[in-house]
Design a protein around this ligand. Structure first.
Ligand code: FDM
Ligand code: MG
Length: 211
């Protein structure tokens, strides 16, 4: 029987180096002979993703609740494919997940518990890497971009909301270090987790935020 792959989620605020580090991690895992694929949320290519993309680029307006549900639907529609890949032995590195969903929407003022609801029952990550960077340091990296949420005031609130969501599966990575050192810290963390999981890797669970 093939052992299932790991579901590795990478979260963090904008400019924390998330996407760069996701690419590096996928490459490092592949080089170790581990079948690995990069997944990114939102997936802007699907129907829901196109609406999300237009909203983020400020080309359309949507009610805060409605866009929140679209982000969640964008994850749900991927779950069947992702669970099949994992069960076939593929490891997934996921750039943003439901934690971003709740952190961003609740930072805008929506109720945190309300925000969690649509994502309850998603695939449970084996590990969440949180690339931790202060907003000041994030801004020093050339400022934020032009998309809807890339503003200092909101980013500060998003970070506070992330802190309310952390649990035992979260590993904090000091993202203020050099790219190489962040890469090393992530690798050591993943390697330790892999060893830990190897002997008793659980069946894949659709268990996110279930009590
Ligand atoms: N974002 C991302 C949300 O508001 N909700 C979500 O569920 C997800 C996955 O979308 F500002 C926000 C976070 C970010 C924006 O993300 C686009 P990328 O990683 O910059 O594409
Ligand atoms: Mg962005």
């Amino acid at each position: 029987m093939t052992q299932r792959g790991l579901l590795i989620v990478v979260e963090g605020c904008d400019r924390s180096g998330k996407s760069t580090q996701c690419d590096i991690l996928v490459n490092s895992l592949q080089q170790k002979g581990i079948d690995t694929e990069l997944v990114k949320f939102p997936d802007r290519t699907t129907q829901t993703g196109k609406m999300i993309d237009s909203y983020l680029q400020q080309k359309s307006e949507l009610d805060d609740h409605a866009i929140h549900l679209l982000f969640s639907a964008n994850r749900w529609e991927a779950m069947k494919t992702l669970s099949e890949k994992l069960n076939n032995g593929k490891t997934l590195v996921v750039d943003r997940y439901a934690f971003s969903g709740v952190a961003f929407s609740s930072a805008k003022g929506l109720d945190l518990e309300w925000c969690r609801n649509p994502d309850i029952g998603l695939l449970t990550p084996d590990i969440v890497l949180f690339l931790d960077l202060s907003i000041d340091d994030a801004e020093k990296r050339g400022g934020f971009g032009d998309e809807r949420y890339e503003k200092r005031e909101l980013q500060i609130k998003v970070r506070d909301q992330f802190m309310k969501l952390k649990d035992d599966s979260w590993k904090f990575i000091d993202a203020s270090q050099s790219k190489e050192n962040v890469e090393k810290e992530i690798w050591n963390t993943i390697d330790a987790t892999r060893n830990l999981l190897q002997d008793n890797i659980q069946e894949l669970q659709f268990n996110l935020w279930k009590k």
